[in-house]
Design a protein around this ligand. Structure first.
Ligand code: PLP
Length: 378
């Protein structure tokens, strides 16, 4: 009994203090969205599911800017990275690698039996579409993987421009990870003619972890139908049959679907998608300007890993001055009541990352930066 009481007190405190959790995934979830999960179960082959499924499809299409069905998977985003490869790649994959998650895409392609080449640029840099075009001319590939917003480095790749150079190669599918961009930065699935666009629930969508979302082009689905190694759980042909009935292939995470429904309504009918993109841009600019002011004005040599023009509006990776480490600053901020991320993978010690995505506001980011300034310059 005692144990239960303590836990719920902590939870109340946490919800009273929304605006202190700036991890670049999972991100902070609003109490209303958490609460939406606490509804009674519905049968996943019953009318209630069909009604929920239809409402989700309608809004998910608006979110992805597509006319096509949006697949919902009960798995983390990595599951749909595998789905992208299994359904979209035939044999030769060119993986654009500029950080930890794009490296993971490359590894998944190899693990699925593909001949996977990496076109690598240093972590912190963005891909140049001209280099992508050159690589595609030099050797035949049938799929390209790219991560739009590299959450490990805070780099935003020029996705529309990359799509533009990939498009003339008829046989090449463009498989795109938008895990930390969709809902925080413009992504135009149909207009940019992307072949597979995937995201997860726990980043810019600000939902609890556990759902993957994805859209496949008609030509990708045609290719998928002829591929022998699509596997079972990530077979998009099966997903299509289910979504056509407003269902999911297996027993879905029904509680998460309730949360998704509540959040999509808030994003599309409450705030508005374009306004949401703008809010993310403003939060990012605040962080960038703060780094500039601290380094030029107060002599604290911080710098942003990503170059101007290629910075993600949802996450910033900041290089720390000599003598400070990522884990140390993260722990100190935790002591002040804030959660931020250390650098990811090999950048763990040199950097910190601030996830300014999801449902955070510019005001909350300002308060966080004041605390961080006290820590670093105080
Ligand atoms: C978090 C993340 C992933 C992996 O997501 P999981 O839900 O942990 O599988 C993939 N790509 C990017 C860009 C991410 O930020």
């Amino acid at each position: 009994m005692e144990q239960v009481k303590t836990r719920s007190a902590t939870r109340e405190q946490a919800s009273a203090q929304f605006g202190r959790f700036f991890l670049p995934g999972p991100t902070e979830v609003r109490p209303e969205v958490l609460g939406a999960q606490a509804q009674p179960m519905i049968g996943h082959r019953e009318d209630e599911m069909h009604a929920l499924g239809a409402e989700l499809q309608h809004r998910l299409k608006a979110l992805f800017r597509t006319e096509r069905s949006v697949f919902v998977g009960t798995c983390s985003a990595t599951g749909f990275m595998e789905a992208a490869i299994r359904n979209g790649a035939r044999r030769r994959v060119l993986a654009l690698v500029n950080g930890a998650f794009s490296k993971r895409f490359h590894q998944i392609a190899a693990a699925c039996g593909m001949e996977a080449d990496a076109l690598e640029v240093p972590w912190g840099q963005a891909h140049d579409p001209a280099d992508v075009e050159r690589a595609l001319k030099a050797k035949p590939y049938d799929a390209v993987t790219v991560v739009h917003s590299e959450t490990s480095t805070g780099v935003l790749n020029p996705l529309a421009e990359i799509a533009w150079v990939v498009r003339p190669f008829d046989d090449v599918m463009l498989l795109v990870d938008t895990v930390s961009s969709l809902a925080g930065a413009p992504v135009h699935t149909d207009e940019w003619r992307l072949d597979f666009v995937l995201t997860g629930s726990q980043k810019a969508l600000a939902l609890p972890p556990g759902l993957a979302l994805g859209v496949a082009s008609a030509r990708l689905m045609e290719r998928a139908a002829g591929l022998p190694n699509r596997g079972a759980y990530f077979d998009l042909i099966e997903h299509q049959k289910s979504v056509d009935k407003n269902e999911l292939p297996n027993t879905p995470a029904i509680s998460l679907l309730f949360a998704l429904h509540a959040q999509l309504r808030a994003i599309l009918e409450g705030e508005g998608l374009a306004q949401r993109w703008e809010r993310h841009r403003q939060m990012a600019v605040l962080v960038w300007n703060w780094v500039d002011s601290l380094s030029s004005g107060r002599g604290v040599p911080l710098s942003i890993l990503a170059p101007p023009g290629h910075r993600s509006p949802t996450v910033t990776c900041i290089r720390l001055p000599e003598g400070r480490t990522g884990p140390q600053v993260v722990a100190a901020m935790r002591g002040r009541g804030y959660t931020i991320g250390a650098g990811y993978g090999k950048l763990k010690n040199e950097c910190i990352r601030i996830g300014h995505m999801g449902d955070h506001t510019a005001e909350e980011v300002e308060v966080l930066l004041e605390a961080l300034e006290e820590e670093l310059a105080g």
